[in-house]
Design a protein around this ligand. Structure first.
Ligand SMILES: [Zn+2]
Length: 68
């Protein structure tokens, strides 16, 4: 099976093509990829019961989406 030639960006649903034109596929852009990653990390951190190590708490740039 070959990948679909056309699909939608998981983040913004923008239609993209499975080609070198979209190096960040299945995302339409690096921004959308980072947004998706950030959302995933946020959800993970929000899991109830997860032990919080406050002594290790520090700002993590990866979890802070950049907004230009
Ligand atoms: Zn997108």
């Amino acid at each position: 099976m070959s990948p679909p030639s056309q699909l939608a960006c998981p983040t913004c649903q923008r239609p993209i093509e499975w080609s070198e034109e979209f190096p960040w596929r299945p995302f339409c852009s690096e921004r959308c990829k980072l947004v998706d990653l950030g959302a995933w990390l946020t959800e993970k951190h929000a899991i109830p019961g997860e032990p919080l190590d406050e002594s290790a708490a520090s700002p993590d740039p990866a979890t802070t989406p950049k907004r230009d």
